[in-house]
Design a protein around this ligand. Structure first.
Ligand SMILES: Nc1nc2c(c(=O)[nH]1)N[C@H]1C(S)=C(S)[C@@H](COP(=O)(O)O)O[C@H]1N2
Ligand SMILES: [Mo]
Length: 460
């Protein structure tokens, strides 16, 4: 990798692009400083060193008004002089037409299929920690269904009658009258960032990290249902979760996770019912565990005394180790983070002040700390964590930064409450090799080129 590449032929990209959001869904980072305003840069630099951006510094980020006045202010637009649109009489609200390029997308690096496929969430265009439901990533092994909730059933049984005394069947109505909880959690596919194992640098963080989303889920703790059905947790140390779609999705969940009360039989997502793509009307929520265990269209839970070795845990979702053996049941998503702005595909239009921001998470608890480097990991600065910092949930971090116009290598490194530190590629590959697909949680590097274009690179 070469950090001193010559300036791009187009030279500096000082002109604002036509669209607020580019066609490929990348929100361009606009420069906030005008060339020549050295005092601004100096103040911003001081603030960045101090780790905060003072109001005085930021107030200087205003562009100098155009000569003769800004026509967008001086000429009253139709929306100021005319009558706006009426309130909704029916129908479901939709985003602004100007945001239409913010979409879930299929990766250019993967075979374009529909039913057994993935669509990635546009992380680079999102704020805070909650993923809007219409932008939640999708992973279907056999396509999605919009199942009639009045016909959907959840069955509970034991692998024999000693595991569970009273096999039960619930309708949606019966489930929804039970005590429920609402909790914020991330869901990450075990294959997220999988392509990068082989040193394939996909262009944007949508494709490198977009198989993660975060929602407020509402549902009934599975523990409550199993207690109603008379589970014997001394014998029944595992449950099998089964979906109602044609993928025969079945996964083993250890009973201690269920006993903790964290595993939910969920029907709610971000204040409304689950979206069909995300398992409507019922899905399992298994906080901290890879997405495949969050069985959608959940129709059956069986209690048993050993792991089930189903196809999606015996031959899929296993990690190929350097010695040629496979690691199974490695389901917890380890501590990981990614800078979402500036990130691959974005363009910094001028040197000066930018807020670096990104997401951090851990399947083992809360994020304790995130450090950010702008020189490829030589020096680190602690980022600010935006509250609330929640258990097994995305955490937003920020760091003020003044770009000096020279190539920079941006990285983030998260530490969770167990003290676990997100590894570099070198550290991860030393243990896991290079031929895995799943569970890549390495530090990600974005190269800011002197043209302002940001590119995905790997440091060896
Ligand atoms: N029934 C069923 N459940 C499923 C799947 C599926 O194909 N069918 N895909 C799994 C995988 S691999 C992942 S990563 C998550 C994706 O959830 P999402 O589509 O809501 O993002 O659902 C899991 N649960
Ligand atoms: Mo997945």
């Amino acid at each position: 990798m070469n950090v001193t590449e010559p300036p791009s032929p187009a030279g500096r990209l000082l002109k604002a692009p036509e669209n607020f959001i580019s066609k490929d869904g990348v929100r361009t980072v606009f420069s906030q400083a005008k060339a020549g305003r050295r005092d601004f840069i100096r103040n911003a630099l001081a603030a960045a060193v101090a780790g905060t951006a003072s109001t005085a510094t930021l107030s200087q980020a205003n562009p100098v008004p155009a000569e003769g006045g800004d026509p967008h202010i001086l000429n009253l637009p139709a929306h100021t002089t005319g009558l706006g649109q009426g309130v909704a009489t029916d129908g479901y609200g939709a985003p602004s037409q100007f945001e239409k390029n913010v979409q879930r997308r299929q990766s250019p690096g993967l075979t374009q299929t529909t039913q057994s496929s993935v669509s990635f969430a546009p992380l680079q265009s999102l704020f805070g920690i909650v993923t809007p439901s219409g932008l939640h990533f999708e992973r279907h092994h056999q396509g999605w269904w919009d199942i009639d909730p009045s016909k959907h059933r959840l069955m509970l049984n034991g692998s024999d009658e000693r595991m569970l005394k009273r096999p039960m069947v619930f309708t949606m109505d019966e489930l929804m009258r039970l005590p429920s909880v609402s909790r914020f959690h991330f869901i990450e596919c075990g294959a997220n960032t999988g392509m990068e194992w082989g040193n394939v640098a996909v262009p944007t963080c949508q494709y490198s990290h977009g198989m993660i989303s975060c929602s407020e889920f509402t549902g009934v703790p599975l523990k409550l249902l199993l207690d109603m059905a008379g589970v014997d947790v001394k014998r029944g140390r595992f449950v099998l979760a089964e979906g109602a779609d044609g993928s025969s999705m079945t996964r083993t969940i250890p009973m201690e996770m269920v006993e903790s009360g964290e595993v939910l039989v969920a029907y709610g997502q971000n204040g409304e019912m689950l979206r069909p793509e995300n398992g409507y009307p019922l899905r399992l929520v298994v906080p901290g565990v890879q997405g495949v265990s969050w069985v959608k269209y959940l129709r059956r839970i069986e209690v048993g005394d050993m792991p089930y070795a189903s196809k999606d845990e015996a031959i899929h979702y296993i990690d190929l180790m350097p010695d040629g053996r496979h690691r199974q049941y490695s389901s917890i998503q380890e501590c990981k983070s990614v800078i979402t702005t500036p990130s691959g595909g974005q363009v910094l239009l001028d040197k000066g002040f930018y807020q670096i921001t990104g997401l951090a998470w851990s399947g083992r608890g809360k994020v304790r700390k995130v450090d950010v480097s702008v020189d490829g990991g030589r020096n680190w600065k602690p980022a600010q964590l935006q509250g609330p910092v929640m258990d097994k949930c995305l955490t937003r971090f920020t760091l003020p930064w003044v770009w000096d116009g020279k190539p920079a290598l941006l990285q983030s490194r998260a530490v969770d409450e167990t003290g676990y530190v997100q590894p570099t590629y070198r550290q991860l590959r030393a243990v896991r090799g290079t031929r895995s697909i799943y569970h890549n949680h390495s530090v990600q590097t974005w190269l800011v080129q002197d043209s302002g274009e940001v590119k995905n690179v790997q440091l060896s």
